[in-house]
Design a protein around this ligand. Sequence first.
Ligand code: GLA
Length: 352
Amino acid sequence: MGFNNWNLTQCGAQFNEAFVEGIADTLVSTGLKDAGYQYVNLDDCWAQSSRDGKGNLVPDKTRFPHGIKAVADYVHAKGLKFGLYTSAGTKTCNKAGFPGALGHEKQDAALWASWGVDYLKYDNCNNQGQDAKKRYTAMRDALAATGRPILYSICEWGQNQPWTWAAPVGNSWRTTGDINDSYAKMLSIYKADIKLGKYAGPGHWNDPDMLEVGNGKMTDTEYRSHFTLWAMMAAPLLIGSDIRKASAATLTILRNADVIALDQDAKGVQGNEISSADGLHVIRKPLADGDTAVALFNETGSTAKISTTLSAIGVSSGTHTLTDLWSKAKSTTSGPISASVPAHGTVVYRVH
Ligand code: GLA
């Protein structure tokens, strides 16, 4: 859990030292840090377009005049962790073409470790057609050789089915191409990622890309669905909107401790669909304490009743308490579970 600037700034001029430090301040002041968001991650465009005479990466002098280590130190002083980005290719993805780490894995990893990097997002652009498993394994080994624990986030967009080989290589792998701030794109990524649940588990997660919650082009109902579905899929939760200016509704979504608890549950099981017909989805996620989460997601454009049962979600008979994790209302059932769910909405219960 944390923050990454990409969905908000891309490579715009506002992506700079003051912005990143302001985000770190806001994670603390809004309680998002206490809710579990701990990484502050920089995406593409943090570097100069050329390495220095010794072959080292150089921070962009305009965006980061005090260097990257100074920003990492600032973030660490807030009790947060710090992440950085590059590509497993000759250049990163941005058309300006910042240096990638292909062939420079050991040197770059050592530099990042010296700066205090805790997280690496490793992209796939300009890979020169070289084998993905070899490229991503080379960086795994380079990160390990630094001796610093660095969360390793593989970003090859699902092109080489990383779920079939990357569990011993990275801590997470993107399963799809890039998200954007639209219901249609969020929905298509959900439909791809939900199918891959059996490959995920503690230390090796499917990554359906970063959150768009708060960026303004979906409704709050849609953002609640986005957040709930990502939590049911045990996805990384990386905020991608301007939390310095977040609405109360956005903060209420991002700080929902009951939904975050599903995402972060220690059992580490990704939810799966137990039924999905006519755009009405029932998703189940077993939890470490023996409870079960069940989400009722209405993909369609009109309100619909979505129904399931305790036995369908694998819960033994008897009377169980249902807590609606958005409204916080409690009810009991000895069998049926159902709700009237608004268009594009999701109702999620914790069944105890
Ligand atoms: C790729 C990645 C994105 C982002 C950009 C940066 O598109 O998938 O998440 O990192 O590159 O250029």
